[in-house]
Design a protein around this ligand. Structure first.
Ligand code: ZN
Length: 253
């Protein structure tokens, strides 16, 4: 066994952070951690690891010219501009449904992207990403690559955002697959994981010859310490609320 330590502030970083009306984004995306999504959309930036995973998925679908990224990372200033412009053009009702308050947008994390079917006259705020053709194929495979549809239909009360079939969020594997299977939004997934306290129990997910064990570790001190088996791969993400999600990867089932 070895002891791992994390400072509490790390709860605001990682692929599983929950950013919504209740929990603002507290991290700071630096330009160093971001890169252009592809050579066509050089102004659309995303977290580096998300860029390569997204492009793997697009290559697999041979969708380079058929799907385009409308919006990726946004600075606080850009989110303010988009919010204010939407207020002026479309009013308060529309804006509160489709545009997150500045500071509360997933786009500020570099982990979220808005997609559109590549065609003339793309609507920036509500791009067309139908459930047919190449867009349906993208949706079908997205969870295998760590992406979720973040604002599904029927979950508006939970997410606080209207149905947005074009908005995808990277949360990483195997969380994306579990969320698709259970139908959990990110809010519900965190509530689920919270029931599995690290060191006592875990949510198990098997695939191939691997077994993952997912659990929650509260960050109740300035420095949080926990024990981990030697030579065992694991990933940690903050939840942006009050703790960490720890995923342990074990070989053999
Ligand atoms: Zn979006």
């Amino acid at each position: 066994m070895k002891t791992i330590s994390f400072v509490r502030n790390m709860i605001y970083t990682g692929d599983l952070i929950l950013v919504n009306r209740d929990y603002p984004y507290r991290g700071e995306s630096s330009y160093k951690a971001l890169m252009p999504i592809d050579s066509v959309n050089v102004k659309v930036l995303l977290a580096r690891h998300v860029v390569s995973i997204y492009n793997n998925l697009i290559n697999k679908l041979k969708a380079q010219n058929r799907i385009t990224v409308v919006s990726g990372w946004r600075s606080q200033k850009e989110q303010e501009e988009i919010f204010n412009e939407s207020l002026m053009k479309h009013g308060k009702n529309f804006t509160s449904k489709y545009v997150a308050l500045p500071g509360h947008s997933e786009h500020q994390t570099g982990l979220a992207l808005d997609l559109a079917l590549n065609q003339p006259d793309i609507d920036f705020l509500r791009p067309c990403f139908p459930n047919t053709g190449v867009c349906a194929s993208f949706r079908k495979k997205a969870d295998r690559f760590g992406f979720i549809e973040r604002y599904p239909e029927g979950k508006e009360d939970i997410t606080g955002i209207a149905y947005e079939p074009w908005h995808f969020r990277y949360v990483g594997f195997p969380h994306s697959i579990i969320m698709k299977q259970t139908g959990d939004t990110l809010e519900e997934y965190h509530a689920r994981i919270r029931q599995y306290l690290y060191g006592r129990s875990f949510l198990k997910y098997d695939f191939g010859s691997f077994r993952t064990e997912i659990s929650y570790l509260p960050a109740d001190k300035e420095v949080v310490r926990f024990l981990m088996d030697e030579d065992t791969p694991y990933t940690v993400s903050g939840n942006n609320m009050d703790g960490f999600v720890i995923t342990v990867w074990r070989a053999g089932r």
